[in-house]
Design a binder for this molecule. Sequence first.
Ligand code: PLP
Length: 224
Amino acid sequence: MSSVQYNIQVTKQRIRAEMHKSAQGPLSIPKLVAVSKQQPDNKVDQSILAGHRVFGENRVQEAKQRWEARKVKHPDLELHLIGPLQTNKVADAVALFDVIEVVDREKLAKIMAAEMRRQNRHLPCLVQVNTGEEPQKSGVMPSEVDEFIHFCQEDCSLDIVGLMCIPPADEESAIHFALLREMAKRNELSELSMGMSSDFEVAIAFGATSVRVGSAIFGAREKQ
Ligand SMILES: *Cc1c(COP(=O)(O)O)cnc(C)c1O
């Protein structure tokens, strides 16, 4: 067994164990989104060979190079966009990805909605929330989340299924996960994308329905 295959198995075991442990955790087994950004192709191939099918990428161009041919070969692949989306990349993103986790501003929501109609690809979307209110980070401010979700649903007819966050690196993630859960609950959204290699078990304890794990599966990323 390759180390990537082993790491996927261990991560899945940890996910299941945490889910069964936590009373407030999710009702079904959280989805493992394997974050393949900046990882070598042979490791990505090993994970596909091991049967893994759900992946996350943060850049549209890199993802296109990496996944366009693989998606033809493996039609059951499910690709999540987890990095900031520029409006000039929306057409490519809608064509390639299966879930968009980074809806965070009105202009983007409008352009995405128009593009999804044009391509007749109505993808499930998550709203990214800047729970730490960090100036350099994308995401909707917590005070604007309810209104923004409403805008996406009512004015753009986007299929908003949940919320996503990336907590500040230097703070306890738990507070941010709890906040995200609260915002999803009051907006009646079922999906919570939260937790990375260092804190996915905490996220599951707070109800994550999907976790985004990169380095714990593939090892440290290559420098860009
Ligand atoms: C890179 C990245 C991850 C994965 O991070 P690891 O610490 O390697 O697990 C998860 N989510 C987002 C949004 C990322 O950009």
